[in-house]
Design a protein around this ligand. Structure first.
Ligand code: G
Ligand code: MN
Length: 237
């Protein structure tokens, strides 16, 4: 497994404010495979905890290496709701952060708001432990799950990532505009930052900015890139 990194940017400057680590599987026959080709199998296996701890470790090592080269950028890692059941997740993360001397605030955990994520109590418990460590927390794919409003109210997260299904037609569909407008108000009142996912066109970006959303991620700015390429982008900052 290797990590690729997709920038998250501030609008309208397009300055990189962080990167999201996205796992790729270097398959011996099929080449480089994206998570959709293997993540379900990983999540249904005994291997899911080890897998996520490994990804977190790689992100921490990368963060250390960038810091050593004068690049300070936060790295977000996706975790699965199953990982919340990992009794060693928080301790292992804490140990690795200390070992590599990486500031916890440079690591961000994105938890997808999937339908399977129903245990709010457990999520709250693990999130508060992660918060104590000092890592940043995000709800990923916001708006697609079954309990968005319960989550946004009850979880002490830093970022809400608006699912790309609301972004696709935001420039032309007033219903998407309505959802995003109200989400922005809600997040502002709850003191959470909002990031638009899957921004692909200038029209989408302009509309988002006009609505007051000024953090974005998507192919318009950059695809997920191998480490050498993203390092070049980060060095230009
Ligand atoms: O659920 P999450 O936001 O972590 O998913 C990230 C996935 O979305 C990655 O596989 C990434 O390649 C993909 N992705 C990132 N930016 C875009 C985009 O602008 N458009 C589309 N269609 N997919 C994107
Ligand atoms: Mn994500």
């Amino acid at each position: 497994f290797v990590l690729h990194y997709q920038p998250k940017v501030q609008l309208p400057t397009e300055n990189i404010i962080g990167v999201e680590a996205l796992v790729r599987w270097l398959h011996p026959k099929e080449g480089l495979l994206g998570p959709n080709m293997f993540i379900d199998i990983v999540e249904q296996s005994m291997f899911v905890h080890e897998f996520t701890r490994y990804v977190l470790l790689q992100a921490i090592i990368q963060c250390r290496s960038w810091l050593d080269n004068g690049i300070e950028v936060s790295i977000a890692v996706n975790i699965s709701p199953y990982n919340l059941m990992d009794p060693e997740l928080v301790d292992s993360l804490s140990t690795q952060l200390k070992f590599y001397d990486v500031p916890a605030a440079l690591i961000e955990i994105e938890l997808t708001e999937s339908a399977s994520m129903v245990n709010i109590k457990k999520t709250q418990e693990v999130f508060s432990q992660l918060k104590k460590l000092g890592v940043k927390l995000s709800i990923d794919d916001f708006g697609t799950g079954m309990s968005s409003l319960a989550y946004i109210k009850q979880l002490d997260v830093d970022y809400i990532k608006i699912d790309r299904s609301f972004i696709t037609d935001v420039a032309t569909d007033t219903r998407d505009e309505a959802v995003i407008t109200s989400l922005l108000v809600l997040c502002q009142k709850l003191k959470k930052s909002t990031i638009a996912e899957g921004v692909e066109t200038i029209e989408q970006a302009n509309k988002l900015m006009s609505l007051g959303c000024n953090l974005a991620q998507g192919y318009l700015y950059s695809k997920p890139l191998p480490v050498e390429e993203v390092t070049k982008l980060l060095s230009k900052k």
